[in-house]
Design a protein around this ligand. Structure first.
Ligand code: SF4
Length: 368
């Protein structure tokens, strides 16, 4: 697995953001002039680690080759002697985790909420401004809109400075209201996609899945507000035993009531967090029961709504629907199984989450 956290030594006291550069060496004056105040250049590398120097001081990184972190943006925590790779230059999967707090308690949550919260927006802002040209940055949680005012201000400032950046924000959609319209409309809405889950047309099933009474009613009201704000919405539905058979009904509802969504993403489950705890009762084997997915896809697509399958191994999807199943699992948590050896589709397939169980999953799986 690609490491997102690396061991470091630094002479700093407070946490800070830095971009690593493998220039010709800090001793090289020309190279030094290329650095901005948030950068550090490779000075020397050896068996004891790689040393970087910059205006902010020195940092030694351990356990990773400098070529793998060239251009990466790190959040360095001197107290704990670690650095989080907030932005990996070569990855399209960079996400800022705004908070671990959440007001829902979804049965398949991959990252169960915690009460503890530290405001990281100043670090995220510094990191975003150092992101590679034309990057898309993910924002997630917990529930990021529990800190909605800070989030909208962060977006306003960063997007004003960096007209090339785009954002993909995962939110449960519970916390918008009419007063947000002005702030939302002042953002460049073409550069933000809001990923929002809706699990069922049936309010009782949706509310049961997210562990919050009245959640669907509130969500539908807020989707209308987002529509008025001109927001781009990617509706997300994790496929599970409790909602799978209602998928065609949900598709009909989307075509009649939510036709303004840009994309409907039907997603396979992740076996981690509560998803692991409840896997045996929740996992829906779509390789054996793709009929409900197919009917739902056909319905929304016949009305001109884009539909996608996220986290579906390609061999579990009938051939006609494979173009709708891009590789979506982030590179650092993607894995393949023994069954994938020699598969012709491997280069296009997104594979599995690293933690997908080997002994309980898809019944129809195998090299093509
Ligand atoms: S066998 Fe593996 S690589 Fe091939 S389509 Fe299935 S999951 Fe993907």
């Amino acid at each position: 697995m690609i490491p997102l956290r690396i061991k470091v030594d630094t002479d700093a006291v407070e946490s800070y953001v830095v971009r690593l550069r493998s220039l010709e060496g800090f001793a090289n004056e020309h190279a030094r002039h290329e650095l901005n105040s948030f950068e550090a250049a490779l000075d020397a590398a050896g068996p004891d680690g790689a040393d970087y120097l910059g205006e902010g001081g020195s940092i030694r990184i351990h356990g990773i080759d400098p070529s793998e972190v060239d251009g990466d943006v790190l959040l360095v925590n001197p107290r704990r002697g670690v650095a989080d790779r907030l932005i990996r230059r070569s990855s399209p999967h960079n996400t800022f985790l705004v908070t671990e707090r959440c007001d829902q308690l979804c049965v398949m949550c991959s990252q169960p909420p915690k009460e503890h919260h530290v405001d990281m927006f100043p670090h995220f802002e510094a990191a975003a401004l150092l992101a590679p040209q034309d990057a898309t940055i993910g924002i997630s949680g917990g529930e990021p809109t529990l800190f909605k005012d800070q989030l909208l201000e962060f977006l306003q400032r960063v997007m004003a400075e960096r007209s090339d950046l785009r954002f993909h924000i995962l939110t449960n959609g519970q916390h918008f209201d009419e007063r947000d319209l002005v702030a939302m409309q002042s953002l460049d809405r073409g550069r933000i996609v809001w990923g929002i889950p809706l699990y069922s047309r049936d309010p009782a099933i949706h509310d049961e899945i997210v562990g919050k009474q009245g959640a669907q009613e509130r969500l539908l009201r807020n989707l209308a507000i987002l529509c008025r704000a001109g927001a781009q919405i990617e509706l997300r539905t994790v496929l599970m035993e409790p909602n799978a058979r209602g998928l065609p009904e949900l598709a009909r509802f989307i075509t009649t009531t939510l036709p303004f969504v840009q994309t409907w993403a039907i997603m396979q489950m992740e076996n981690i967090g509560y998803g692991r705890k409840n896997w045996k009762t929740l996992f829906y084997d779509s390789s054996a029961g793709f009929d409900v997915v197919a009917r739902a896809l056909d319905l929304v697509r016949s009305r001109g709504i884009d539909a996608q399958l996220y986290n579906f191994p390609l061999c579990t999807v009938p051939e006609a629907y494979r173009p709708l199943a891009p590789s979506t699992i982030s590179d650092w948590k993607r894995a393949f199984m023994d069954e994938c050896d020699g598969c012709d589709l491997r280069s296009q397939c997104g594979g599995f989450f690293e933690w997908h169980p080997r002994n309980h999953g898809y019944s129809g799986l195998g090299a093509i």
